[in-house]
Design a protein around this ligand. Structure first.
Ligand code: FAD
Ligand code: NAD
Length: 471
């Protein structure tokens, strides 16, 4: 039996980064992965595939260029599924190879097979590689899987979850998406700009409730502009796949009894932690709701030698946070002392069309915390770079404490919002004031100038010269 300092079960973003950090510091590490491809949902079914499909959809829809010449262009050509998935597959293969190289570079042994914890220091691997491994520590980074409500006939052809949607054979004419969370909204905009008629059904009246309402309203307006129909305060509990001679493939009833039908259904109604069948409860690891492993601040489970990170511990369940949870967990295991906790705040990046990215307090949250706040806004269309790029939509909203002029939050909707937000993060974290933003020279023309003009806008309390916002 081979002995390691650390066995990591799962090669997704959380497992990979933990394994590599431990190995970088000289620890002997084994990674166990049950799928043929390394990289987990981050590489194969979640983060990278959906983001690549977004870029593909932007390319085929011609949206990027439509603002340049003053005319809305039709789809460049009706892409078939092979075209649609071409770049996704390319990016996926490239990332998988990168992870493999990273493991080789760090002398990490990879075992292909399903890992089961048989005691607090042993893992049985069954699959391509059969092995019994022992380690001082075991890290569970097994991720999550799409929640599949009972009574829904997921067939991978007409009724999909966010995994099987990646194997469709053609772009559907119509689609019902159930769940207007991040996955539902991202895929709604991807398919809508590809020409699919999308209906987005959500159990609640509001979507993405963590967003600043003004940004959320702009996203909803933009999605409606792209022909997405919102069906709110409705649930879909029962779905029927229709025989071939029907106009639509799938039929369902909303909670108010109204029928709803489409060529394809996509369920995006949350995810559950992949903790079952790992032998965890048997060795004393506590499992909470939705299969999420219960851990302390150091990511240690109820069993001292077993840690857990990433989606399998639940919120926030992002690749970005999972990677750092992995690094923090390893730091505690071996006492590296270099990264003792995940930063309290992290940005949200929603890769809808248009993108949304936020950091810090919303206007409402700032008021609830007792700040008298003032906001500044700058629109993409008013920036020279925005004009050059032909960008029609988008805004940066800055929430500022009126007394100290400190930047409390930055909320962006529009092109490359997920990139632009990081300067806002630095402002909020360093307790910078709008003076800092104004008294700096930035490249010109850039979208980054949004910050400067939002800061100037704070000085006139959020009024636009051409369209006062009534602040
Ligand atoms: C459609 C979609 C879009 C997303 N977009 C974003 C985004 O834009 N930004 C972002 O930050 N996050 C995004 N996420 C979330 C992100 O993908 C996850 O948070 C991240 O992949 C979780 O990483 P992880 O390492 O915890 O688990 P995973 O990536 O799920 O990896 C877990 C791995 O463990 C393996 N495994 C499970 N059980 C066993 C076992 N018993 N033995 C061996 N191996 C096992 C699995 O096969 C898998 O490879 C998205 C998710 C989805 C579904
Ligand atoms: N850009 C990103 O960072 C990104 C992108 C995609 C996914 N993710 C991760 O994946 C996770 C899962 O995403 P998700 O969108 O599946 O889940 P979610 O929990 O964010 O949203 C699910 C939505 O579905 C609704 N819903 C649930 N059951 C329903 C039903 N029967 N009928 C109608 N509506 C129903 C809920 O009200 C909710 O709004 C996210 O929380 C996030 O951690 C992140």
């Amino acid at each position: 039996m081979k002995h390691y300092d650390l066995i990591v079960i799962g090669s997704g973003p959380a497992g990979e980064k933990a394994a590599v950090k431990a190995a970088y510091h000289g620890k002997s590490v084994a990674v166990v992965e049950k799928e043929s491809m390394l990289g987990g949902a981050g590489t194969n079914t979640g983060t990278l595939p959906s983001k690549t499909l977004k870029e593909t959809a932007l390319y085929y829809s011609g949206i990027n260029e439509s603002g340049l010449f003053g005319v809305d262009k039709e789809l460049k050509r009706a892409a078939d599924a092979e075209d649609f998935f071409f770049r996704k597959n390319e990016v996926q293969d490239w990332q998988e190879l990168g992870i493999e190289k990273n493991f080789v570079l760090h002398n990490i042994d990879v075992y292909k097979g399903k890992g089961t914890v048989i005691n607090p220091n042993r893992v049985q691997v069954v699959g391509v590689d059969d092995a019994l491994l022992e380690a001082d520590f075991i890290l569970i980074a097994t991720g999550s899987y799409p929640f599949q409500p009972e009574g829904i006939p997921f067939d991978g052809k007409f009724v999909h979850d966010s995994d099987t949607i990646l194997s469709i054979k053609g772009i559907p004419k119509s689609m019902v998406i159930v769940g207007a969370g991040v996955i539902g909204c991202e895929y709604a905009t991807i398919f809508a700009v590809m020409g699919t008629k999308v209906k987005l059904v959500n159990g609640h009246g509001d979507i993405l409730t963590f967003l600043d309402p003004e940004i959320r309203d702009q996203l909803v307006d933009s999605m409606e502009h792209d022909n997405i129909e919102f069906v709110l305060n409705q649930r879909i509990e029962k779905v029927e796949i229709l025989p071939e001679d029907h106009e639509f493939n799938v039929h369902a009833k909303l909670s108010d009894g109204d029928p709803i039908q489409a060529d394809m259904f996509l369920y995006a109604a949350g995810r559950s932690g992949q903790s079952a069948g790992l032998g965890l409860a048997e060795v004393g690891v506590e499992i909470g709701s939705r299969g999420n492993i219960v851990v302390d601040k150091e990511y240690r489970s109820a069993v001292p030698s077993i840690f857990a990170v990433g989606d399998v511990i639940g919120f926030p369940a992002l690749a970005s946070t999972g990677m750092d949870q992995g690094r923090v967990a390893v730091s505690h295991m071996f006492g590296f002392g270099d990264q003792v906790q995940l930063t309290e705040h992290f940005p949200y990046g929603i890769y809808t069309i248009p993108e949304v990215s936020v950091y810090g307090l919303t206007e409402e949250e700032a008021k609830q915390q007792g700040y008298e706040c003032v906001v500044g806004r700058a629109r993409y269309v008013d920036m020279p770079r925005g004009k050059i790029m032909g960008v029609k939509r988008g805004m940066l909203k800055m929430v500022v404490d009126k007394k100290t002029e400190r930047v409390l939050g930055v909320h962006i909707i529009g092109k490359i919002a997920t990139e632009l937000v990081h300067y806002g993060m630095a402002l909020v974290d360093s307790k910078a004031t709008i003076e800092t933003v104004i008294n700096r020279v930035y490249n010109m023309p850039t979208l980054h100038e949004l910050y400067k003009y939002a800061a100037y806008n704070v000085l006139i309390e959020g009024h636009y010269l051409d369209a006062p916002t009534g602040h």
